[in-house]
Design a binder for this molecule. Structure first.
Ligand code: B12
Ligand code: SF4
Length: 575
């Protein structure tokens, strides 16, 4: 008999158990257990007095905010909610299931396609017996957007000309897999209030499609394999009041996720963030400060903003930084932002308010490409922001979009030349990451007129246009860029220890790069060892290696998991 008020939220921080590693991480050197070989981690392994120091695995293991938010939200509604973030094996899930939950709420914040969803559901069902599974979050919301926008016969015929089978591409198109037809899908921009309505029905023992159809915002499978979409209705979400109640969650994360706004006013052609939250809503300064103060009472000081773009305008930057400074919150923060919004007038406030890292979509160093992407800035505007930010001590991850329509060897050449002209010897540093273009439904690039102009066919990781294909972008151009760009490849949040002098950091990057290239070039083990030893001698305190440098395969993962060998799955796209 299920416990009537218990709910398990499954909000995984990684799907490595189903997917392996992503294509954009093909140049990242790995330690033995798959953890990133950041300089910070190597330094800890070599020099820490602890036997097993806690290593940092960067953003890939960042618990999604949805897990914390939904846990506190359901607790406020009187449920005994408990979130499972770590799904690297089933132990945490099995523990949570001992509460005999009324339902499992699976979050799709990081679930990006139907194949991954079905693998998750199969694995979950095997552990959960007959407990109802409710699935919600951005992937499900996107499927409904596609269904309502794309599924007219005219649109289907039109898209078929570009090699896109709309029905096969969408979860709510043709679906013949029973496992995908099982769950109760909540399809809404938010969805938490709909979830509560579903839970109260389940608590009354009512779980059939017929018994749920009067709840809005659901998509339910019918016996004949088709889908029943219940009417859409707004949810009473007001972002000033609806924030994570940090006093109600079990565990505080090292980096506290927080939201200052939803939506983005820009219209970059490759981006589908904007489709998720079509209206920009900004949170008030008071509300933001209240949440931060609450998190501070539980020891949270390091905040990761989850906004699509924190820097909505220069006025907004001023509002956020002044709030943090006036309230003397003494925090460290960062997140996705448009670096071209940084200028001489706001950089001092940004640094003083604790802004220390940015995930910045640069996309390209070629102005014609930026124009085709409708990026809304040129390369010199971005350069100014980057230079100011790194000089002020911020670490930036500049992500590139490789292979967007119009891309040629010349445009890639401009990007390489641009990145190589950025400053390196500053207090903060910029690293870069290559995302192959991933053609998403509901983006400007998916539109027929744009497709015609660039002879663009296919979707997701199966595209081709007049001058490039996905396979070229991943197999040829990304490695070429890695070899020619001098900035460090992005090794995630805390790559080099912050207290290192600049020269030491740069030398560490150069030595690790040589080692990475050794793997890419498939050098014999002896030569790998030479490069590894040079890095270790540089990093380790002398007394720690008096007995000699260990063999590379004592510290690093086997060759098959290193750059040049790892097969990656097609990931999403740059910001
Ligand atoms: C911030 C962010 C990140 C940050 C997270 C930092 C942090 N501190 O948490 C970082 C940089 C780590 C990141 C990484 C990635 N991200 Co990201 N990211 C986002 C972003 C901008 C916000 C996510 C967020 O936390 N929102 C706030 C929470 C509260 O909202 P939410 O998750 O949508 O949940 C709400 C509802 O959806 C609902 N809900 C959620 N789950 C459930 C479940 C049920 C049952 C119900 C009823 C409701 C419900 O309740 C919540 C409150 O309303 C979104 C874009 C966006 N605007 O959503 C992309 C997004 C989630 N990312 C995306 C992707 C693809 C990735 C990467 C795979 C990219 C890559 N190739 O590396 C990685 C994956 C990382 C991993 N661990 O596997 C995609 C996912 C696409 C999808 N699901 O279809 C998104 C949606 C962007 C996009 N393309 O549209 N990301
Ligand atoms: S890429 Fe960033 S700036 Fe451009 S529309 Fe998307 S969220 Fe906004």
């Amino acid at each position: 008999m299920a416990h009537r008020r218990s709910v398990v939220i499954l909000a995984p921080n990684s799907f490595a158990r189903f997917l392996g590693s992503a294509v954009e991480s093909q140049f990242q050197l790995l330690l033995k257990d798959g953890v990133l070989a950041s300089l910070h981690n190597l330094d800890l392994l070599l020099n820490s007095p602890l036997k097993s120091p806690r290593l940092d695995n960067g953003f890939k293991e960042t618990n999604p905010m949805a897990g914390y938010y939904l846990e506190s939200f359901l607790r406020l509604q009187g449920y005994e909610a408990r979130t499972v973030f770590d799904w690297s094996d089933d132990s945490e899930l099995d523990n949570a299931l001992r509460s005999e939950p009324l339902a499992i709420a699976l979050s799709t914040t990081y679930i990006t396609d139907t194949e991954l969803l079905s693998r998750c559901l199969e694995s979950l069902r095997a552990r959960a017996g007959s407990v109802p599974i409710v699935v919600g979050g951005p992937f499900i919301w996107k499927q409904k957007i596609e269904l309502t926008r794309d599924h007219s016969p005219e649109r289907r015929t039109q898209m078929a000309r570009f090699g896109v089978d709309i029905l096969a591409d969408c979860l709510f198109g043709h679906c013949d897999r029973p496992i995908l037809q099982e769950p109760i899908y909540v399809a809404h921009e938010f969805g938490e209030h709909t979830l509560v309505r579903v839970l109260s029905k389940l608590a009354e023992g009512r779980s059939t499609t017929r018994e749920l159809v009067d709840i809005p915002n659901l998509v339910l499978a019918l016996d004949d394999g088709s889908w029943y979409v219940t009417p859409s209705a707004p949810e009473p979400v007001a972002i000033d009041e609806c924030y994570t109640r940090w006093d109600l969650v079990d565990d505080m994360p090292a980096m506290v996720p927080i939201r200052a706004s939803v939506g983005c006013p820009y219209r970059c052609r490759y981006c589908d963030f904007i489709e998720l939250h079509p209206t920009v809503i900004m949170r008030s300064a008071d509300s933001l400060a209240s949440e931060m103060e609450l998190a501070r009472t539980r020891g949270g000081r390091f905040f990761g903003f989850i906004d699509d773009n924190i820097f909505l305008s220069k006025k907004r930057i001023a509002q956020i930084t002044h709030t943090l400074l006036d309230r003397e919150l003494d925090v460290i923060w960062g997140g996705f932002f448009r670096v071209d919004r940084i200028d001489e007038a706001n950089i001092d406030d940004l640094a003083a308010s604790g802004c220390r890292f940015g995930l910045c979509g640069i996309e390209s160093g070629d102005d014609a490409q930026l124009k085709r992407m409708n990026k809304g800035c040129n390369r010199e505007e971005a350069r100014r922001g980057i230079e100011l930010a790194v000089a002020a001590g911020m670490n930036l991850n500049l992500s590139l979009l490789v292979g967007f329509p119009g891309e040629t060897d010349e445009t890639i050449g401009s990007t390489i030349e641009y990145l190589n002209s950025l400053p390196t010897a500053c207090r903060g540093f910029a690293s870069w990451l290559a995302y192959p273009f991933y053609l998403l439904p509901s983006t400007g690039a998916d539109e027929p007129d744009f497709r015609k102009e660039f002879r663009l066919t296919g979707r997701r990781a199966n595209w081709e246009h007049a001058t490039m294909s996905y396979a070229d972008a991943v197999g040829r151009w990304a490695p070429e860029m890695f070899r020619r760009i001098v900035l460090p490849y992005h090794y995630y949040a805390g790559d080099a220890p912050r207290w290192w002098p600049v020269a030491r950091r740069e030398e560490g990057f150069a030595l690790r790069r040589r080692l990475t290239e050794g793997f890419l070039d498939r050098l014999p083990s002896g030569e790998i060892q030479e490069r590894f030893a040079a890095l270790i001698r540089f990093l380790a305190e002398r007394e720690r290696i008096e007995g000699g440098v260990p063999h590379w395969n004592e510290l690093l993962a086997e060759r098959g998991k290193q750059p040049g060998e790892r097969a990656g799955y097609g990931g999403a796209f740059s910001q």
